[in-house]
Design a protein around this ligand. Structure first.
Ligand code: FMN
Length: 216
């Protein structure tokens, strides 16, 4: 769908998901993440950049598993994660928009839980490439988990936590020849509606991930 069509539908409050590809499993157990090796950190940093030109090729489950673990997976027995959060509130949920459904990533079990049997991708941003790239992540803050954070600081702390996850995904992408871009130009109301979010949940950012289209 074009950006103009999305803007028009968004203005009318009618930007809606597409039907999901058949087979929205209620839960998807991801294979264990590969926590070893990969590109040296400084090489990944040297390659990090935003891309907006994706092929439609889907990500395999092992790649999705590694990517989500990199974003915010558990990396310690005490429940600690690959990305920081103020007072360890762990207030950010990562929603995963795949052609076969919209899922929530659970770092504790390393599973995806179906939230809506729809193809949410086109709702995750006004830019047209988000519709066809194989994966759009949506970072959502749950203010109900930030009771210890002063109310006036909650949005900025949560945005910092989401930004850390997004950078982890950038580095994972750089290390694995994937393309990605973090996005704030999104219709937060349309996303919240499609995901059935509560008033405590705030859509912060989206991030598209996929394989880069070969440059001519
Ligand atoms: C908070 C934030 C919001 C952004 N929103 C968008 C967006 O909505 N769409 C987009 O294409 N890029 C977006 N970007 C990506 C920037 O345009 C990009 O990082 C910048 O042009 C620098 O390019 P680089 O990431 O390749 O270094 C955003 C970046 C940040 C940090």
């Amino acid at each position: 769908m074009s950006t103009l069509a999305k803007l028009a539908l968004g203005l009318m409050g009618r930007l809606r998901p597409a039907p999901a590809k058949a087979g929205s499993a209620p839960a998807l157990a991801l294979p264990p993440p590969n926590m070893q090796g990969g590109l040296p950190l400084m090489d990944a940093l040297a390659r990090r950049h935003s891309s907006r030109d994706f092929t439609r090729a889907e990500l395999s489950l092992p790649v999705l598993s590694d990517l989500l673990w990199a974003a915010c997976g558990q990396n310690r027995p005490d429940g600690g994660r690959t990305s920081p959060s103020a007072l360890n509130a762990q207030e950010i949920d990562v929603f995963v928009a795949l052609p076969a459904g919209a899922y929530r990533y659970d770092p504790a079990t390393h599973q995806l839980h179906l939230v809506a049997a729809v193809d949410l991708r086109r709702v995750t941003g006004y830019q047209d490439f988000v519709d066809e790239a194989p994966l759009d992540l949506v970072y959502v803050a749950d203010h109900a988990r930030m009771g210890l954070v002063p109310a006036g600081q909650r949005e900025s702390y949560a945005s910092a936590a989401a930004g850390a996850m997004a950078q982890n995904v950038y580095l994972f992408a750089a290390a694995n020849n994937l393309a990605t871009v973090i996005r704030a130009w999104i219709d937060r109301a349309a996303i919240a509606d499609a995901l059935g979010l509560t008033h405590d949940q705030q859509v912060l950012l989206s991030q598209t991930v996929g394989y880069p289209r070969a440059q001519a």
